[in-house]
Every structure is written in structure tokens, then in C-alpha cells.
Design a protein around this ligand. Sequence first.
Ligand code: SF4
Length: 426
Amino acid sequence: MVYCHSPPALRLDGNLVSPSSFNPRLSRRDAERLVAEALDSAALEREPAERLAAQLTGPEVFEPLLEAAFESKKRIKGDVVTVSKNIFIPLTNLCRDRCGYCTFAKLDDDPDAKTYSLDEVGEAVRGGLRSGCIEALFCLGDKPEKAYRSYRKFLSSRGLSTTAEYLTQACQLAFELGMLPHTNAGILSAEQMQALKPWNASMGLMLETTSQRLRLQGGPHQIAPDKDPVVRLQMHNEAGEIGIPFTSGLLLGIGETSEECVDTLLAIRDVSRRWGHIQEVIVQPFHPKPDTPMEFVLPISDEHVAAWVALTRLIMGPEMNVQAPPNLAPEVLELLLRSGLNDWGGVSPVTVDFINPEAPWPALRELDRRTRAAGQKLVERLPVYPEHLIGRPEFFDPQVREALHCLADDAGYARPDRPHAGVEAA
Ligand code: SF4
């Protein structure tokens, strides 16, 4: 397979874009003007975003961009940076797709292939509750029943035919034990999301990229039908129509062009504006992993990650929650903290990051210390943000809303007076 970084790109709208801007190079004064306009209008549009993206870590752009993004963050989020104490339950690591960067997915005859029993789900949830975790993150492979006879037998022995049905049982169990599920199970139909909604606080699907080019031969999504951006955007829209607080995000470093990244962020912004359900946008860098087709692809630099966080902030505007996982850039948390993020995402004191097992979570105490040292304040949140919990109560099934309110303080964050709350209990 060939993984390249620069051929012409076909956007979702069918227009060809080149890997580099046709515009002349920005001076620092140009960059300052573009980011000031973005701050004034609370949004950055395609043309200036592409111009800034073409020179992201250049000396003319990098500092003005970060300064403007941090200012934008402060205007609505103040000095708050949130984190969710969670447990990660990889309900099954079987998947019908073969993304070029993934080590999570296993073949069914791999000794590391695993599907959790409901007893194991219950055990994981009870362990999380003992550590004060609120969120049960269900993250799993996409539709393994389409690929594996053995897995179909597993489902049929339980009277089920789809992973989504089994997932619904697992979410119900976690909810009834006292945790709030957030599901990220790949592509789900509208009916499947409806079935999950009574047991889920929120759901998510990384859009990752709008690039169809990355699905062509030699690309990381060649053997991944569920990475068709049209299908992924359709699920974003259906989640909005149903009214589900929804997480999306951008995956960096898998061969996309800067124009494709901008296009991806604008696509997320469009669905967010249409339905009001996008609760956060994750900026996630790809980490090359041994024994994958992308093992030898160079990772993007930490400065690029920070610059994309900043550009995401300016494109999405000051109200959006922007997240970067702290375990994927642990050396530069301070840089990320001044790039406009306001959320560290789910950090578990109990379970590893099964998608990036080589990248341990920072201890919550350490995350708290470094956030405070940067002049900001770490606040524990629920799987949903106050904007939806308090501002859009109609987004929740009544029993989920009631459970969320039992765990929330008056501002909509996690109650600090519950057992094992906060970073000290981690
Ligand atoms: S869809 Fe997700 S789990 Fe499946 S191969 Fe791709 S990255 Fe891995």
C-alpha cells in the first residue's frame, strides 16, 4: 500500500482542490488580520482557513493563530478546561473494516480477539463506579456480524442478529448499574440510535475526514466501507434529527491535505448549525503503530496538532467544545492549553485507551496540576456538556435526563460532592 500526503483532492462537493494554496504566502500582518476577522465574526470561512492552514506552523501564522484561538476560547469558556472520568469498554474488537492505521480491530481467529460478555461489562462498570467514574464509553468495531460467522453464532446464541442489539443490552446494563453510556460504535442506523437513546447520554462518530481520495487504492480507507464520508455525514444528520448530543472530530496525519482538513471541519460545522447537536469536536492525531500498513508513516508534529486545535477553534467558533486527547501529545499539554481547547475528553483512572494502548492516560492529578499551572481550571464534566443538559433538555430521554441531573451540579458539571468525585479520588 502507498500512503501519500499531497495529490489533488476531491472534496465532497465534487470540486478538485490542489494540495497547496493558490494564494501568495501570508505575511504575519496578513495572518493577524485574518484571525482578527475570525474573532470578530466568531467563525472562520473556507478561503481564509485554507490560507492559514497552508502555513500553519510557519512563523507568520503559528503565534497569531494560537493567540486568537485562545482569546476565542476565553470569551465563552473562560478559564475552564473539562475532563470526563470514564471507563472504556471495547464491547467487541472485531470489525468488518481494515483501516490502514488501526491495531484495535482483530480477526476472529486472533488470540487477542475479544467480545465482552454482559457479566464482564457489569464487572467493568462496577470497577469504574468504585473509582468515581460517571461515563461508560462503549467503543467497538463496526458491524463484525457482516464479516464473521463465529460472531454471528455468538449473537444468535443470545437471540440477536446485530451488534447494535447487543450494544443496547450492554448500555442498558451499564445505565441500570449507575453509569452513563456514551456510545461510539461506528455507523449506526437511525433506528439503532433510537434504540440506544434511552440508555445513552450521548453518542459519537469521528467524521475523521471528508476525503474520498483516502478511500482509493493505496489509501488508509481503501478496505473500510464504513469510512465513506457520505455515510458518516448521513449518520451525523440522523443523530441531529433524532436529537442526540453528538461528538465528532478530525483525524490528522493519515494522508489528508490541509484543504481536506478544512473541508472536514466545515462539514462538521454545517451539521452542527443545522441541528445544534454537535457537543464537541475532537482533534486527534494519528499515531503510527507496529504491524500496520502505516507503520512507517511519520506522525505529524505536536506543533501541527496544536495549530489544528487552534484552527478548529476559529472555524467552529467560541461556543463549541474543542477537545484534544492529552495522552496523544503528553509532552505539549501547555502548548495545547494555549491553542484554544477547552476539554481533555475522557480520561480513565481504570482502563487503558484501547485505540491507542501505547499512549497511557496522564494521571488526573497531573492533568489538574498542569492545567492549573497554565492558568486554567480543570473541571469534571458528565458525558454531556452543560450547554445541552441545561440549555437543550429536549435532547434527552426522560430517564437519562433524570440520571444526568442526579449527577450534575447547578452549573451542569459533575457534582463534586458525590462519592469518589474529582481528581483526588483518581
Ligand atoms: S473502523 Fe475503527 S475499529 Fe474498524 S478498522 Fe477502522 S479504525 Fe479500526
